[in-house]
Write a protein that binds this ligand. Structure first.
Ligand code: FES
Length: 501
């Protein structure tokens, strides 16, 4: 089974960009080359701005390339939950704003003739036991005049209640981003890969972004990294970092279900879809969400997902397994806009698992912000908002959770493993001379020794045995076994440590 997203297997190998090696000056510097960053670049270049995209790894291969590739106007947390916090007008505005972004993606696919297997599909929601989740969703849909249909007799999954929304869509998100990036005007849009931003410095008339080999000077900077980099406490305390797994499988029969399927089983949600390219067919399932860095055994989450798929489909083989991260906002709405009034830094975060459409919407709103042009949805997603009443319960829960993790870390005495006890492919956190160390033994026996303290705000990182990474339970930073940042708010790598063994 391939450790990595299915989309990577269909990546356009001809798409690559250089690393930034010298100082440059642009109008807008965009940190992150996923759907938010590349769409922002597109819209800004179209308006005549000079733009640079700084991607730490490869274009489209971060969160965008680990998503389901499903496009829909409702939200993962469901409209009924949104309606429990806001009035119907807000729910309607969320739908209409997402519809605008959805149409933008469709238009891009068409205008740039992006070969990304874009296909209109229905979205099916169903539950196997009556928890009234679907009933509540139907009620809200009726209230806001969102067209839906009852499920037909031929619906392939056992269910107690369900509904169908037509005219949603699916695509291959990596091919879409690679295609969109390739279509951008090269003169006004410089794209860099393997270019990690280590610091952002706002001055009176400009903003400076520091990478290991260059400084980018810009009038505006967009944080399109899923969660803003740095010590942005106002976001990190209102967002919950979650991770879930995806698996792809080939089936023994050729009966791959067509559509987007969100199934609720005992309150656990699984998202199912199929993907075909050429003669290849796959079934994809995504689910088993958990807080980043807090799973005792990440492999157990993968097994849960595989068991779910095997209990409902005739699986010939599992082909891919991958993890994807999302940040859930306490008040259920993403943060899109200026970090503070008049700030040159613009942020886009808190998309939950709805980031393909929200990322595109963020690009539309942020392009207007750069131009100082009014956007009809700017107030709804205002990035500097403080919404204590709407966020209250979840805010307290998420922060108590972070405080709990910090306390656990402070009192943790280490895994009590001796260095020689760690087997190849295994990892442990130990305490040596009062320092917490993250140890990983590679398959050839080489030991990587890193500080176990996250470079963001010093929580202790935990081992992820599926993705072989060090994950921080506080705000979701993740590091590879050499200590380099994979994702999350941390700018810097885990410190390498020398010890006498
Ligand atoms: Fe904030 Fe690690 S991500 S302390």
């Amino acid at each position: 089974m391939v450790q990595g997203s299915l989309w990577n297997s269909y990546s356009n190998k001809n798409v690559s960009y250089p690393a930034l090696k010298g100082d440059i000056a642009v109008d807008v510097a965009i940190i992150g080359g996923g759907i938010t960053g590349i769409t922002s670049a597109q819209l800004l270049v179209e308006r005549g701005y000079k733009v640079a995209v700084l991607e730490a790894k490869s274009i489209g291969k971060g969160t965008t390339g680990h998503s389901t590739g499903n496009l829909y106007v409702i939200i993962d947390e469901l409209l009924s939950k949104l309606k429990s916090k806001y009035d119907g007008k807000v729910v309607e505005r969320v739908i209409s704003s997402r519809l605008e972004a959805f149409k933008k993606i469709e238009q891009n696919v068409k205008n740039f003739q992006i070969d990304c297997d874009y296909k209109k599909q229905p979205l099916f929601l169903f539950e196997d036991a009556n928890t009234f989740k679907i009933l509540e969703e139907k009620k809200v849909a009726k209230e806001i005049d969102l067209a839906f249909f009852e499920l037909s007799e031929a619906f392939p999954f056992i269910h107690d209640d369900g509904m169908r929304l037509d005219d949603q869509a699916q695509f291959n998100p990596l091919l879409y981003i690679q295609g969109l990036a390739g279509a951008l005007d090269g003169e006004n849009c410089q794209i860099y890969e393997e270019t990690c931003v280590r610091a952002v410095e706002e001055e009176e008339n400009r903003i400076l972004l520091h990478t290991p080999e260059a400084i980018v000077s810009a009038k505006h900077a967009i944080h399109a990294t899923h969660t803003p980099k740095g010590l942005e406490i106002q976001y990190h305390t209102t967002l919950g970092p979650y991770r879930e797994y995806g698996v792809a499988a080939r089936l023994k029969s050729n009966e791959y279900p067509e559509g987007i399927f969100w199934g609720y089983y005992d309150n656990k949600k699984y998202s199912i879809r199929s993907y075909s390219r050429g003669n290849d067919n796959f079934l994809l399932a995504v689910g088993s969400p958990h807080k980043v860095g807090q799973a005792k055994d990440n492999q157990a989450h993968v097994e849960d997902l595989k068991n779910f798929v095997e209990s409902r489909f005739n699986v010939a083989e599992f082909t891919h397994v991958w993890g994807g991260q999302n940040y859930k906002p306490a008040d259920l709405l993403p943060y899109i806009g200026r970090k503070k009034t008049n700030s040159r830094e613009l942020v886009a975060t808190g998309f939950s698992t709805d980031g393909l459409v929200y990322g595109t919407l963020a690009a539309i709103i942020l392009a207007d912000k750069v131009e100082d042009k009014f956007n009809p949805y700017e107030d709804l997603y205002e990035a500097s908002r403080h919404n204590p009443a709407k966020a209250a319960g979840k805010f307290i829960k998420e922060n108590a959770n972070v405080a709990g993790e910090l306390f656990k870390d402070l009192t943790f005495k280490g895994d009590d493993k001796d260095l020689v006890e760690i087997l190849p492919g295994e990892a442990a956190v130990i305490v040596r001379d009062g320092k917490k160390l993250a140890l990983y033994k590679e398959n050839d026996g080489k030991l990587s020794i890193l500080s176990a303290l996250c470079t963001h705000m010093a929580c202790e990182v935990h081992w992820n045995n599926v993705e072989k990474s060090w994950d921080c339970p506080c705000h979701g930073s993740r590091f590879d076994t050499s200590g380099e940042v994979i994702e999350g708010p941390a700018f810097n790598a885990l410190k390498k440590i020398e010890i006498n063994k």
